[in-house]
Write a protein that binds this ligand. Structure first.
Ligand code: URA
Ligand code: SF4
Length: 189
């Protein structure tokens, strides 16, 4: 299975009820050889309209943080979400929706074999790191699981609501740059 085949299958997915209300499946975006994988929660309105992850206001903020540490979604990282279809009114994905959708993310992970996974916000961190992960207490800490480094940080939408956390978030990205230099082979090459 290659990325294009996986994407084509995902775009036709009807495994959970979110299929009924979506405009577009938001599969993910980035370099096929990315060593750094960002995982958000799920598409919002702009993402649902455009079929691309993090293209609304929070995406613009994410792109600034990426730029600050020489990452670019077109060139040297990959961006995906826990659920690929927009939850109505931007509510949190239900546990059964996340479970139904996780096989897509697992396949993306299997194809990419990232060295680092950055969880953007509580929903992704709880799903990918630990069910009781606390972004407030544990943001920026790297946790190794099976040779892959996981880190949770603030969701960009949360930073738009609570800008007082921006310095902490920036610190997490500086720590990410350090970790990339340490464990990645070609992200900064
Ligand atoms: N928020 C997310 O969690 N993911 C997106 O793709 C956009 C906004
Ligand atoms: Fe399929 Fe995921 Fe969309 Fe549900 S959210 S329909 S599981 S792609």
């Amino acid at each position: 299975m290659d990325f294009d085949t996986l994407q084509a299958q995902c775009l036709a997915c009807t495994r959970c009820p979110l299929a009924q209300t979506r405009q577009h499946v938001v599969f993910g975006q980035g370099a096929a050889d990315a060593e750094v994988l960002f995982v958000g929660e799920g598409p919002g309105q702009s993402e649902d309209e455009q079929g691309l992850p993090f293209v609304g206001r929070s995406g613009q903020l994410l792109d600034k943080y990426l730029f600050a540490i020489d990452l670019d979604r077109a060139a040297n990282c990959y961006i995906a979400n826990i659920v690929k279809c927009r939850p109505p009114q931007n509510r949190d994905p239900l546990p059964q929706e996340a479970e139904a959708c996780m096989p897509w993310l697992r396949e993306q992970f299997r194809l990419l074999r990232p060295k680092i996974v950055v969880c953007l916000g509580r929903v992704a961190a709880k799903q990918m790191i630990r069910p009781d992960f606390s972004v407030t207490k544990e943001h920026g800490e790297f946790i190794e699981k099976g040779g892959v480094w996981f880190m949770g940080t603030f969701h960009p939408a949360a930073l738009l609501r609570q800008p007082q956390h921006k310095p902490d978030a920036f610190g997490d990205f500086v720590a990410l740059r350090r970790k990339i230099r340490e464990v990645c082979a070609h992200t900064y090459a």
